[in-house]
Design a protein around this ligand. Structure first.
Ligand code: HEM
Ligand code: HEM
Length: 130
């Protein structure tokens, strides 16, 4: 049975995306270790922390508070976060590889990401009475 909160939206997608980022993040870590090129360490760190750790924790929190995951704000959070995160990560790779034009892209994606996190925080705060 899928991890569906009692009255909320399915939380399985958060876990699946977390797993995807875990593979990507640690894969990049192994690559950095083997190549001895650590240029992309901030990308590695955030793939693992904004990807693996935060997405998994988000899934747990929505599962714990079904009223929050039933809210339209959960969907807004989901789409803003999961569109902005890959854009931010790819823009950072290109930026660290020397293409300064991707700095503003990473900046804008980070702001969208942050906005989605504020939405998440307010939504869970308001819907976590029980
Ligand atoms: C197979 C697993 C992993 C490998 C091989 C690996 C490898 C690396 C390497 C080579 C660095 C660069 C170190 C440096 O240049 O100072 C690094 C940094 C880092 N890694 Fe990993 N890593 C792995 C998993 C993880 C996971 C699961 C997380 C978080 C949940 C993580 C978080 C970080 C962070 C935050 C940094 C930056 C540390 C700093 O600020 O110096 N790593 N990792
Ligand atoms: C919108 C979200 C976030 C933004 C825009 C952001 C941005 C940044 C920036 C600009 C740095 C400095 C990078 C450097 O000096 O090269 C940094 C470092 C770091 N951040 Fe974040 N961060 C975010 C979320 C997080 C989260 C949620 C975590 C942990 C769960 C985290 C953990 C770290 C760590 C461990 C470092 C030091 C390692 C590194 O330099 O990559 N960050 N972050």
């Amino acid at each position: 049975m899928q991890a569906t909160a009692v009255t909320g939206a399915p939380t399985r997608i958060w876990y699946r995306l977390a797993l995807l980022y875990f593979v990507l993040g640690t894969g990049l870590g192994v690559y950095m270790g083997m190549s001895e090129d650590h240029t992309l360490f901030p990308v590695h760190a955030h793939l693992n922390l904004l990807g693996w750790a935060s997405l998994a924790l988000t899934g747990f929190i929505y599962e714990r508070f079904p009223a929050a995951s039933a809210s339209i704000w959960c969907r807004v959070h989901f789409w803003l976060y999961n569109l902005a995160l890959p854009v931010a990560m790819i823009a950072l790779v290109l930026l660290f590889k020397g293409d300064a034009a991707f700095g503003p892209v990473a900046g804008i994606a980070s702001i969208v990401l942050f906005a989605s996190i504020v939405i998440f925080a307010v939504n869970v705060w308001r819907n976590s009475a029980s």
